[in-house]
Design a protein around this ligand. Structure first.
Ligand SMILES: [Zn+2]
Ligand SMILES: [Zn+2]
Length: 255
């Protein structure tokens, strides 16, 4: 198995249907020697999800805890056929990583053309860094069109380890997607989609799919945290800002 150093997709108790705090996730990640995790909390339109203010105040969480780097972000919901999302744009500067997903409470499965158009709209949104769990058979999708646009817009494609047991029927779709990402040289990002801490950083099923298609290591973001940092910074994101530095500077000047 490859040595994965980061988990790009996790949830906390704040979303209403996951069961751990940020601290518990960090400690679980530290135990597994992960370098980095991304808190990608569900966007506010999903029932039970936090309000926009939750995302606005992310800056109070340090960027490194217990030797694990932390990126604070959102798994936004694709909410219409144009691919609009519920990213709280008033607080966009608080978000370090942004994914977009189709979820049934916020987007009912429709025709293949409509489902695909919604995903293409999200891919073209420069704020969206990656698209999650596309293998979900609940949504009929034109994967070729989606991957062509992912390449064009430099949007990452997630292979989601949780899909292999939560979204049954995802396996053949994930294999097809991984193989086509290899052919098109599209980088992939891997998420556990942890809703309980023991799953964090574990990608055994994704690993088997990557083996099956002979996926090249250089296109796997999760093998080096620098790959994710470089990708996000290339899109203009400011990472690991800590508001406490303001006070430190303030008192240095006055001393
Ligand atoms: Zn999701
Ligand atoms: Zn998720």
């Amino acid at each position: 198995m490859r040595k994965y150093v980061l988990d790009a997709h996790t949830h906390t108790i704040a979303c209403g249907h996951a069961y751990n705090t940020v601290t518990e996730l960090i400690n679980a990640a530290a135990q597994k020697n992960l370098e980095m995790i991304c808190i990608t909390e569900h966007g506010p339109d999903l029932p039970g999800a936090p309000t926009p203010l939750f995302f606005a105040n992310y800056r109070v969480i340090p960027g490194k805890i217990n030797n694990v780097q932390l990126l604070k972000g959102i798994e936004s919901n694709i909410i219409d056929a144009d691919g609009s999302t519920d990213i709280p744009m008033a607080f966009i500067d608080s978000l370090e990583i942004i994914s977009a997903s189709l979820h049934t409470p916020t987007f009912k499965p429709q025709t293949k053309a409509i489902n695909t158009g919604a995903v293409l709209g999200a891919i073209a949104n420069p704020q969206v860094d990656f698209i999650c769990h596309l293998g979900n058979p609940t949504y009929e999708l034109d994967y070729e069109a989606i991957l062509q646009d992912a390449k064009k817009y430099n949007t990452l494609i997630e292979i989601n380890n949780g899909s292999f047991f939560i979204r049954k029927g995802s396996k053949p779709n994930c294999e097809w997607i991984a193989n086509r990402c290899k052919e098109l040289e599209i980088p992939i990002i891997i998420g556990s989609d942890t809703h309980f801490a023991s799953d964090i950083g574990d990608f055994p099923y994704v690993d088997k799919v990557l083996d099956a298609v002979g996926f090249p290591d250089e296109l796997i973001i999760n093998l080096e945290s620098k790959r994710l940092i470089d990708y996000l910074e290339s899109k203009g994101r400011v990472l690991f800002a800590d508001p406490r530095e303001y006070a430190q500077e303030l008192f240095l000047i006055n001393d």
